[in-house]
Design a protein around this ligand. Structure first.
Ligand SMILES: Cc1cc2nc3c(=O)[nH]c(=O)nc-3n(C[C@H](O)[C@H](O)[C@H](O)COP(=O)(O)O)c2cc1C
Length: 389
């Protein structure tokens, strides 16, 4: 676990943001609608994907629907669901994570989307293949983990290297899931290209040692992701938004980087923008940290600048204890203000802000943020993860 925490920027605490000026500033900046393709969001606040494992046999039930609907009723403009598996045996790593294939799971998901819509929100599934983070402890024991080169996140031999047929099958699985998302009433999709999972493991040199067209320089390492984006784009209507989530950090490897310099990031992301990604969700643990030397821009800021596409920021928004990594590791966190976040939003550094733990703690966090009442927000406690509240 990481022990070094980086100091937050000086900011007004939650309480002083209750002043009328702060409230109207939050309403003005966060309360603006945002349009992405055919989708218009009522505000700039998104719920980030949070794996909850409350879907027995991969089927999300009425409790899952109510859980997301509560966050929509609490004001979130966009809900990105927990990661949900595409149709591929090796995609799954953990039990009780919802699938995004098969009639029962899709019927459950259709109900989730319906409930979120009734509550005034919009919703996208986060489509997921766990890659080399899969172990035999979860579903389908005996199915080998798969990745670009049969290497784990330390670069040690693990699982198996995907063949060209495997690559085609996985690309197809993502496209099939995206088509299903549109068919059953979702408002877009987010592709999980972050945290060391399958798509990200192609982007990262440590896990991708391929010598064919899918390995080598950044543009080649981006090929698999770009093929998925293109196939997804082709499987849905032109105005149906396709988001791509990326990160430098990997699960339990917080210093990992896919791009050391802006030009490396540009080389990785340009093919994805070209293939039809509508926006990028840049996963960082602390939104205020500059990504590269010589600029204050965070990863979402650089992503927007380099691709010309809208971006989403995330990472310790509204919390005084920063995201320490794996689910639940940050045990408790008090509430803090969002003045520095609003400063960045005002400068158009990014377009949307995503919130995970603060929204687990308090489904009404968006409404409170929009009206300058964050001093009333419920503090985060990892114990909350044991129930679907
Ligand atoms: C319990 C838990 C589960 C998570 N599951 C996912 C996931 O399924 N997919 C994903 O991309 N990120 C996942 N994340 C990361 C969050 O989306 C988010 O990036 C991170 O929590 C930082 O945001 P926060 O500081 O607002 O919590 C998870 C985080 C937590 C705490």
């Amino acid at each position: 676990m990481e022990t070094v925490e980086t100091a937050r920027p000086a900011e007004a605490g939650a309480r002083s943001e209750t002043s009328r000026g702060q409230a109207s500033r939050a309403a003005r900046l966060l309360g603006r609608p945002f349009t992405l393709g055919d989708l218009t969001l009522r505000n700039r606040i998104a719920m980030a994907a949070v794996t909850r494992r409350f879907s027995p046999d991969g089927v999300p039930g009425e409790d899952v629907a109510a859980y997301y609907a509560r966050r929509a009723a609490g004001g979130a403009g966009l809900i990105v669901t927990e990661g949900t598996y595409v149709r591929r045996d090796a995609a799954a790593a953990y039990d009780r994570v919802p699938h995004f294939h098969g009639e029962r799971a899709l019927t459950g998901w259709a109900r989730v989307a319906e409930r979120v819509h009734e509550a005034g929100g919009r919703i996208m599934p986060q489509l997921w293949h766990t890659g080399v983070l899969r172990t035999d402890a979860g579903p389908r024991p005996g199915v080998l983990a798969e990745g670009p080169s049969g290497l784990d996140l330390d670069g040690c031999e693990y699982g198996r290297a995907m063949t060209l047929d495997d690559i085609d099958a996985v690309v197809h699985a993502f496209a099939e899931a995206a088509a299903a998302a549109e068919r059953i009433g979702f408002d877009g999709v987010e592709l999980h290209g972050a945290h060391g999972y399958l798509i990200d493991s192609f982007l990262w040199r440590t896990t991708n040692a391929r010598t064919d067209a899918y390995g080598g320089g950044p543009a080649s390492r981006a090929r698999f992701a770009a093929e998925i984006v293109a196939a997804v784009r082709g499987a849905v209507s032109p105005g149906f938004p396709v988001l791509f989530r990326l990160s430098q950090w990997k699960t339990d490897r917080y210093d990992a980087r896919i791009a050391e310099r802006p030009q490396d990031l540009e080389a990785l992301l340009a093919p994805l923008a070209e293939a039809g990604a509508d926006a990028f969700h840049a996963s960082t643990r602390r939104y205020w940290l500059p990504e590269f030397d010589g600029s204050d821009l965070n990863l979402a800021g650089w992503t927007k600048k380099l691709t010309g596409k809208p971006s989403i920021t995330v990472g310790s928004i509204g919390l005084d204890q920063q995201f320490a990594g794996a689910p639940g590791r940050t045990q408790r966190s008090g509430v803090t203000g969002i003045a520095p976040l609003l400063d960045r939003l005002e400068r158009d550094e990014f377009d949307l802000v995503a919130v995970a733990r603060a929204l687990i703690a308090d489904p009404e966090w968006p409404a409170k943020a929009l009206t300058g009442r964050l001093d009333e927000a419920v503090p985060y406690d990892a114990a909350l993860l044991s129930d679907l509240v």
